[in-house]
Design a protein. Structure first.
Length: 202
């Protein structure tokens, strides 16, 4: 993995992403400080569900069953509960080869992967899940002549698999990095859809 990017096993956290000698993501210098002070979820891999689940309750899952979740945001469940995936120790980072990214537009560079096994009943969620997150770096030059600029890309791929006979659950993973746009005027996030953040949204 590119030495300009560093990760932590806790939450599969992106600890640093250095562009032009400047770390553009917020966080802490040690894992211990993340454990004691990371209420803003800096750099964490959020799961099982990013955002809020209203009234900490899942309904109509696994044949119409209702599941009571851990409430950690008033009456709601936020970012997977009190000890969501961003607060768990993942297995990794482990090298996972060279991958193409951005639909093959970039050749990509070295990848690393984290894995986490989330047990049935984890923060109240049903079904055992094997989760994976793979980070891949790529660099490219875009434009021509004096308008050419160097592009650094960090690709994040999420996988979640139900295991050991589990039939149904809910998954909405994301990364919770805070990126300084003042330091990165050409920052672009590629996303087809967004999820509204409402006080009681699901």
């Amino acid at each position: 993995m590119d030495s300009e990017i560093s990760f932590l096993p806790l939450g599969a956290i992106i600890q640093s992403l250095t562009i032009n000698s400047v770390n553009i993501v917020q966080g802490f210098p040690t894992q211990e400080l993340y454990e004691s002070h990371n209420k803003p979820f800096f750099g964490e891999t959020i799961g099982r569900v990013a955002n809020r689940i209203s009234n900490a309750k899942l309904a109509s899952v696994n044949g119409g069953n209702t599941y009571n979740l851990t409430a950690n945001d008033g009456s709601n469940t936020l970012h997977g509960g009190t000890k969501g995936w961003g607060k768990r120790i993942w297995d990794g980072p482990k090298p996972s080869g060279v991958r193409k990214v951005a639909g093959g537009l970039y050749e990509g560079g070295e990848s690393v992967q984290f894995t986490l096994r989330s047990e049935d009943g984890d923060e109240g969620f049903p079904g055992e899940v094997l989760a994976k997150v793979t980070y891949t770096t790529a660099k490219n030059n875009e434009g021509e002549g004096d308008k050419q600029k160097k592009v650094t890309l960090l690709d994040i791929e999420y996988e979640a698999e139900l295991v050991n006979g589990a039939e149904e659950t809910v998954i909405n993973m994301t990364n919770h990095s805070y990126v300084s746009r003042f330091l990165t005027p050409w920052l672009v996030t590629e996303a087809d859809h967004v999820l509204p953040d409402l006080a009681t949204s699901t």
